[in-house]
Design a protein around this ligand. Structure first.
Ligand SMILES: C[S@@+](CC[C@H](N)C(=O)[O-])C[C@H]1O[C@@H](n2cnc3c(N)ncnc32)[C@H](O)[C@@H]1O
Length: 310
């Protein structure tokens, strides 16, 4: 089994431009099970999903009737040649079930880059986009979803929170974290693992990635649950930043319940973030627009929050 940090894996993926880590069905089931009612009567589009490889396609094809989906579309991306799309809409084979056996395959003129005009036409007709987009194109991918005002559930890495454009969307409550294994690890199927066909068992071509996070703009219950706080403020434990008037907290669970001014918390706080309980004030920088400093050290990315209920 390959064990490397996300950053190394990400660098590798970007460098090789392979973007070919495939999500396991079990991880998809764990997350998407929380959104069942949102798929009813909807056109679901998996726009970075080779239907022969993607478990997103498998998940929706298997659960098409159970979720009352209106239409499922998935696309096969080719780097340099025309591609095809697969759709499930009706009981084509008249066996009284709608599933993979009712798949319609249509050739396309373009290569099915998610930014291609053909792909954008389908995007416009879709209600919800669900996928694990290419590692190297995340910002562009998210920008396009907002440009066309789409609902989405996508999996990526918690590092995305630290991107200026993504944090802005989180702060404006336009995107939030799903249930997922935020800050945790997941295994992806690495299609470009050298010689994986001869690997001695399947684990050799699974790759471990830490900080895997689901991002969505679909309303979920979790986002409205208060974080239970139990600690109280004291000056010794909760020190202020040298360049910003806020106290530093290293673990989300240690946020003092009685502190009504600004508090710096780690990015994993977003996993527990309820916009009715806290405001997100700013990200990472002090008054001098330099990274937050405490006792001459910069703690790893901090988000400044404020308790709205005090
Ligand atoms: C990280 S993989 C994930 C695959 C699949 N969504 C899954 O989770 O199993 C990203 C996929 O996006 C495809 N891809 C890369 N660049 C793309 C682009 N510009 N447009 C559409 N798909 C692209 C890759 O071929 C790859 O299949």
């Amino acid at each position: 089994m390959q064990k490397k940090s996300w950053n190394n894996n990400l660098k590798q993926a970007n460098k090789a431009k392979n973007d070919e880590f495939y999500t396991q069905l079990s991880d998809i089931e764990k997350e998407l099970g929380h959104y069942n009612e949102h798929f009813k009567g909807k056109v679901v589009f998996c726009n970075c999903d080779d239907p022969e490889e993607s478990n997103f396609w498998n998940y929706f094809a298997l659960n098409f009737e159970h979720l009352w989906i209106k239409k499922l579309v998935s696309t096969h991306y080719e780097t340099e040649k025309p591609s095809y799309k697969l759709e499930i809409v009706l009981d084509i084979n008249k066996d009284w079930k709608i599933n993979k056996l009712d798949t319609i395959k249509t050739p396309l003129k373009q290569n099915w880059d998610f930014r291609s005009p053909e792909c954008i036409e389908i995007l416009k007709e879709s209600d919800i986009v669900v996928t694990n987009p290419p590692f190297s194109l995340f910002r562009e991918y998210v920008a396009q979803l907002f440009e066309y005002d789409k609902k989405f559930i996508i999996v990526w890495n918690q590092n995305a929170i630290t991107y200026k454009e993504i944090f802005k969307l989180i702060k404006e409550n336009k995107i939030w974290l799903g249930y997922g294994f935020t800050g945790g690890a997941a295994h992806f199927i690495n299609k470009h693992y050298e010689d994986y066909a001869t690997a001695w068992n399947h684990k050799e071509w699974m790759i471990r990635v830490s900080g895997v996070t689901w991002f969505t703009n679909i309303e979920i219950k979790k986002r409205h649950e208060d974080l239970i706080l139990y600690k109280t403020y004291n000056e010794i434990e909760y020190q202020k930043y040298d360049n910003y008037n806020a106290i530093n907290v290293d673990k989300t669970k240690d946020i003092p319940m009685d502190y009504k001014w600004e508090i710096g918390v780690p990015i994993t706080f977003l996993d527990k973030y309820n916009p009715e309980q806290f405001d997100l004030v700013k990200f990472r920088k002090g008054n001098d627009e330099k990274d937050l400093v405490i006792n001459w050290k910069c703690p790893y990315f901090r988000i400044i929050i404020k308790n709205k209920k005090l």
